[in-house]
Design a protein around this ligand. Structure first.
Ligand code: AMP
Ligand code: MN
Ligand code: MN
Ligand code: MN
Length: 288
């Protein structure tokens, strides 16, 4: 069974519409897909509509990826099986979107000072109705040839300490976990190895995440060494966290794809084992 619990649409910085994303997932034989846009739930309803209209064999999990603050680190928190319209979650999304907008304006001003004008407007155009992210800035900066690749644009302009990096006061990790719980969901620490933390700090993050009642951590990602996957699985077990997996799909590329190369090491306890939506699928597979 193919399970992918981390993906993006045009509701944030994904390049496919929700519609296109679920059709791609179904074509790739994904059984269960969570859409987890940055601080947005806007992809969920159109995705479910497409699944229903086309009778796709795909179970959609309502998700979100919230940017949070933990001891001055930007930590991403994935929420799954949320009620997307829970008022506490709605309030958080409104606040985060406003922060994104203010940060984007400030980024634009900094780039203007660096003699690269009009980037805010262009990024806004790329983001459309979706949550504006640094990825939109990066796409435009690559388009106008400021740097050759996405990665180089981040390294030179957009990542911490660089020209257009604007530190921001995102929701606290502990509070975001609580919001996910209030909205009926489970809270997953996203890609723990992407924060440039030493092992010591990583352990501190796992300890506090657990103390904050976090439920799970991502163990399997699309592009990852077997050693890293096993290490994350061991940590999930050590800290009493369930394990999740997801491609973090943003666009069709050479290496990453929906449901691709995702499976958990045996020692990890999958977050989905006791989900009714998963059990229904498991039963169907047994009968077929
Ligand atoms: P934001 O949430 O606005 O800070 O934007 C974060 C998004 O930018 C991430 O979800 C990635 O899609 C992308 N991103 C962040 N850091 C990098 C990086 N170093 N290289 C490439 N893409 C990045
Ligand atoms: Mn992203
Ligand atoms: Mn992330
Ligand atoms: Mn993501």
């Amino acid at each position: 069974m193919l399970i992918d619990l981390h993906s993006h649409t045009k509701a944030s910085d994904g390049q496919l519409t929700a519609n296109e994303l679920v059709i791609r997932a179904a074509n790739r034989q994904v059984d269960m897909l969570a859409i987890t846009d940055h601080d947005s739930i806007d992809g969920l309803a159109p995705a479910q509509q497409t699944i229903t209209d086309n009778n796709l064999k795909l179970t959609l999990i309502n998700g979100i990826e919230i940017t949070t603050n933990w001891l001055n680190h930007e930590i991403h928190l994935v929420g799954v099986n949320i009620d997307p319209h829970h008022p506490v979650l709605t309030d958080l999304i409104v606040a985060q979107k406003e922060k994104r907008e203010n940060r984007a304006i400030e980024m634009g001003l900094r780039l203007e000072k660096a003699k690269i004008p009009g980037v805010y407007e262009a990024a806004k155009e790329l983001a459309g109705d979706g949550a504006i992210t640094r990825a939109h800035f990066a796409r435009h900066l690559v388009e106008i040839g400021v740097a050759p690749t996405f990665q180089k644009v981040f390294d030179k302009y957009l990542s911490r300490g660089n020209t257009a990096y604007v530190p921001h006061h995102w929701v606290e990790l502990e509070e975001a976990i609580d919001v996910i719980h209030q909205a009926g969901g489970q809270a997953i620490l996203a890609h723990p190895n992407h924060y440039d933390l030493s092992n010591k700090w990583m352990r501190r993050l796992f300890t506090e995440f657990k103390e904050f009642n976090g439920d799970a951590m991502e163990v399997a990602m699309g592009q990852q060494s077997p050693q890293m996957r096993l290490q994350l699985a061991m940590w999930s077990e050590e800290y009493g966290l369930l394990a999740s997996q997801g491609s973090d799909f943003h666009f069709v590329g050479r290496w990453r794809d929906l449901g691709k190369a995702l499976h958990l090491p045996d020692i990890a306890k999958p977050i989905w084992s006791d989900w009714p939506s998963y059990q229904a699928l498991a039963i169907t597979e047994e009968i077929l």
